[in-house]
Design a protein. Sequence first.
Length: 407
Amino acid sequence: MEIGDSLATGQCSLADPAVRYPLWPPLTTGCPRTSTDETAYPVEVDYAYDRVPHDLFDRAGATRATGTSTGLDRWSSLLPPLVAPGLGEGGTPLVEIGDGVFVKDESRNPTWSHKDRLNRCTVSAALGVGAEGIVVASSGNHGASAAAYAARAGLRCVLLASAGAPPAVDSFLHAYGAVVLPVPKEARWPLMREIVDRVGYHPVSNLTPTHTGHAFGPEGYKTIAYEIFTQLGVPEAVFLPTGYGELLFGVWKGFAELVRLGLAPRTPRMYGCEPAAGGPLHAALRQGRPAVRVSVGPTEAYAIDSSVGGYRAVVAVRESGGDALIVTDEQLTAARAELARAGLWAELSAAAGLAGLRRHGDVAGPVVCVSTSSGFKDSRVGTGASEAVDPSWEEVERRLRAAGVPV
């Protein structure tokens, strides 16, 4: 078996793994047999784990060193078929910022966010079913990434965005040739369903009342766990920005697979870090429910201000012994400033992992905080400007002293 061959065998329900489906077509509305009117249960991809090359992770390290494999391809045995061409996604650095705290900097991906890992897989699914295009509902990282991977694959991309998308994201979308349709937020998902039904484009956003998302998408996030394992081993805990919970689940599943393959002794505790303005995962865990909807108040963390949660995130927290943590905009701002002092410029939402760690308190042993995207994606980037300075020494000295520079 070549390392580049997918060992994916089918799809199974997270509610009942005995409920199974073929690998194709990928299910985009959850499990039709186990879902209820109240809760849509996701499906996940299963693999022939007994056929995984025994030296997959050794060879993955070697390919990084020699440059013979890039992007998610080095992990393709444990991913759905990567039909779509890649952009060199993955392989992001793990940066220690002190006291055993490491930051997995996902802003180094091709479109500056973790979503590139997901969209390599979802656009592959679109190609695999013969779709001529994709449709996505997003005003942020997901939309920008989906547009890029669709362009790379030669597919059309229709993007339903909210009015007032961050300027950097809007520029991304138009640069990749996406059809951008700004509509009221509540209209995005009904319109997406119509485009799926009437045009036949493949959906790469959620279509269900509680979140299931795309069956193939979270598989791409597993590669974050694989990389952390090869870079550090198994940390004590991983803190992640959490909206729908796909990232949280994907990283947990990657570590769970390492345990299943006998390569890791345990999974880290997984902490989903949500804005205090909403927090559907936090609510679901406190209420003992598989997924809930909540009202969302005002927050600058637009990328993770989800009103709806999903069962994937509950599974990741429950199985790992972790928790959901809610963080305020003030805590997010402080965490973003801490990352900046370490040389990492993060979107406000992307700082939620570090904000959650600081709120939780010290954790013994190495800890990883995933920073999901670049500060360029913030909604208020470019709204300020540095004040011009008279070039006389007197004025320069005054400004230096005001900034605390000894002169």
